[in-house]
Design a protein around this ligand. Structure first.
Ligand SMILES: *Cc1c(COP(=O)(O)O)cnc(C)c1O
Length: 421
């Protein structure tokens, strides 16, 4: 956490400006203690459930050190691509502790994951039939779309009627026919609506739909309720009340297991909840520019490094960590990319001077992972603060990274030389 003591900001107990002095800016900094705290909070909230498994949805942040941290805490992994599966195996996860939950991938990719021994989550009937015909003995999980829509940005809501995710709850009779005809074992049912959970009751309505479907599948070992756990982006902002959800859902789940006649495993796959608050993105102010309408703080980064504000209109709280305690002024914080590139508008910051370091909060999830080389810029470095020490966990890119993989057409290369000559 970013904390202020004696006019100095620290992250996980390490002086934040000293991290920039050592590794330069822009830079992503993750506090492992916050990840651990969130993981344990979730475990605690569901303690009445006998078999609980938290699968970290690693698309939020796949640095190997983050994966290893979660493995050490006892977490499993939720993956959406064969490359994430491979990263998980490299980080030391047992294949059985990895769930592969892709959407619209090829049969070949599903088979590749099966060959690696990870658990499969099937999200359409076409693949279920094809895969089940070729590998009837491999148990699978079925991703169900309960069509519950509850808030959230339309780009991240995946449970609505027109969504490409999952198999519609109305198609369960069809699924059952395929399963029966091919002799497939369905070991799990899954849903992930992608909606933010504001209200435990609304979430449990979706859960009830999955539980009703579950009664039709006799071989279940687990039920996976996905994610949607919301973290607060501002002080006092709305977040999922995980303790309330744990209490209500835990009770309902245990009751269902009684009716079903077996102690099922309850799974969740949070991404944001586990890592969002652990991350800060530190950038340096290049220019302070006063126009007729605004004061802009222009920083040494942009939507190439943190696209969420422009892409999802997501809010990232910004703090000037170089000038704590000075008088506040209103700024638009903008990036250096040559198109509209805004991190935050009308933000009250301690007076910003050129060279000041600004810290953007909630930069653990979907932040570095969505960074690109747009404008031919290098992607930033990543640091993890662990046990009171700052470790570089990814080097800043350089020119070699930009050129890696580029292949020259000889005649073009030659003609360039001729022009120069
Ligand atoms: C992205 C994703 C998640 C994680 O969502 P968060 O909002 O980050 O918690 C979980 N499950 C699946 C299948 C996903 O695609």
């Amino acid at each position: 956490m970013l904390q202020l003591t004696n006019d100095r900001y620290t992250i996980g107990g390490v002086d934040a400006l000293s991290i920039v002095e050592r590794f330069d800016a822009p830079i992503y900094v993750y506090d492992s203690a916050t990840m651990k705290r969130q993981y344990e909070r979730m475990e605690g909230a569901f303690k009445q459930v006998k078999r609980l498994r938290i699968n970290y949805a690693c698309k939020a942040l796949t640095n190997l050190n983050v994966l290893r941290l979660f493995r050490g805490l006892g977490s499993g992994l939720d993956t959406v691509s064969i490359q994430e599966v491979e990263l998980g195996l490299l980080a030391g996860f047992d294949p059985h502790d990895i769930l592969f939950t892709p959407n619209c991938v090829s049969l070949a990719e599903v088979e590749e994951a099966a060959a690696k021994g990870v658990r499969l989550n099937i999200d359409n009937i076409s693949i279920l039939e094809q895969f089940g015909t070729l590998h009837p003995s491999v148990p699978v999980c079925i991703r169900i779309n309960p069509h519950i829509m509850a808030g959230g940005n339309s780009k991240i809501s995946v449970g609505h009627i027109d969504s490409k995710f999952g198999i519609s709850i109305h198609q369960v009779p069809h699924v059952l026919k395929v399963v029966k005809a091919l002799g497939i074992t369905v070991e799990g049912l899954h849903m992930h609506t992608g909606s933010d959970i504001y209200d435990a009751e609304v979430f449990i309505r979706a859960v009830e739909i999955l539980l009703t479907a579950a009664s039709d599948f006799p071989d279940l070992d687990y039920l996976d309720f996905g994610s949607g756990f919301k973290v607060a982006y501002k002080e006092g902002g709305i977040a999922t009340d995980i303790e309330e959800l744990g209490d209500k859902l835990g009770r309902r789940f245990n009751e269902f297991c009684g009716d079903y006649g077996r102690e099922l495993e309850l799974m969740f796959e949070p991404g944001k909840f586990l890592v969002s608050e652990a991350g800060y993105f530190l950038v340096r102010t290049n220019v302070v520019k006063t126009t007729t309408a605004s004061v802009f703080a222009g920083v040494d980064s942009g939507l190439n490094h943190l696209i969420r504000p422009m892409f999802y209109e997501s809010y990232h709280h910004i703090t000037n960590i170089s000038n704590a305690g000075s008088k506040k002024r209103i700024y638009n914080v903008v990036g250096y990319i040559c198109e509209t590139d805004t991190f935050g508008v009308n933000r009250q910051l301690s007076e910003v001077h050129e060279g000041d370091i600004l810290a953007m909060a909630n930069a653990g999830a979907y932040s570095f992972m969505m960074a690109s080389n747009y404008n031919s810029r290098f992607r930033p470095a990543e640091v993890m603060v662990h046990d009171g020490e700052a470790f570089l966990i990814r080097e800043r890119e350089n020119m070699d990274d930009l050129l890696r993989g580029q292949v020259a057409i000889p005649s073009l290369e030659r003609s360039t030389h001729e022009v120069e000559a």
